[in-house]
Design a protein around this ligand. Structure first.
Ligand code: TMP
Length: 216
């Protein structure tokens, strides 16, 4: 059976990932692609339990290293139970955050180092590398404004200082620069409709053609 296609969506707070994941997923479904939509941390029963720990506001004393291992542990479960089986069965996996979130947030944001975090995650991802990563890029200032306005309940990870989000943003841009074949950087300060159109253009040209159907 032909392998599927693995797409990840990344970005800092307030980049508008959730709505874009929804739009892209419905577009892919309309086009008849078999897809699995998932997220990190989470995506599995055990992963969601780990997410409850990483996001719990009571856990303000969590060490950065503990946070990094928890993210990687949730990912190990996710890759084994959801991502790898779906790709192996020919599906498109659309994942809201993946290992690059760990490199940006724990590696750059928490200053644990990009290589350290990549190394720590190698066992968890077991070679499952995204075919395409869409980086929704907004400056930390714009992200922060959107976040403040958002109705979302604030969790532990929302309570960081401005310079943390600046490092995360810089980290993402460094990752994109290092891997231009996999990464597409999208200006997410544009309107939701414009961003969705850019995403569709980028995704559509890269997708393997479906059986018996040609791309339009
Ligand atoms: P979100 O699902 O609302 O984007 O929240 C996820 C939060 O978890 C966000 O603050 C980024 C953070 N995170 C990490 O710090 N490291 C990771 O590896 C992942 C997947 C998320």
């Amino acid at each position: 059976m032909k392998r599927g296609f693995f797409i990840t969506i990344e970005g800092g707070e307030g980049a508008g990932k959730s709505i874009q994941v929804e739009i892209l997923a419905s577009h892919l479904r309309e086009e008849g692609y078999p897809i699995v939509v998932t997220r990190e941390p989470g995506g599995t029963r055990i992963g969601e339990q780990i997410r409850a720990i990483t996001h719990n506001q009571e856990n303000v004393d969590m060490e950065s290293t503990t946070e990094a291992y928890l993210m990687a542990a949730a990912r190990a479960q996710h890759v084994a139970q959801i991502i790898e089986p779906a790709i192996a069965s020919g599906k498109i996996v659309l994942c809201d955050r993946y290992v690059d979130s760990s490199i940006a947030y724990q590696g750059y944001g928490r200053k644990l180092g990009a290589d350290t975090i990549a190394g720590l995650n190698a066992l968890a991802i077991n070679g499952a590398k995204p075919d395409l990563t869409l980086l929704l890029s907004v400056t930390p200032e714009v992200g922060n404004k959107r976040r403040t306005k958002s109705a979302k309940t604030k969790d532990r990870l929302d309570l960081q200082q401005h310079d943390f989000y600046s490092r995360v943003h810089d980290g993402y841009l460094a990752l994109a620069k290092k891997d231009p074949n996999r990464y597409v950087v999208i200006d997410a300060e544009k309107s939701i409709v414009q961003v969705a159109q850019t995403i569709w253009d980028e995704v559509h040209t890269r997708l393997p053609a479906r059986n018996g159907k040609t791309k339009t």
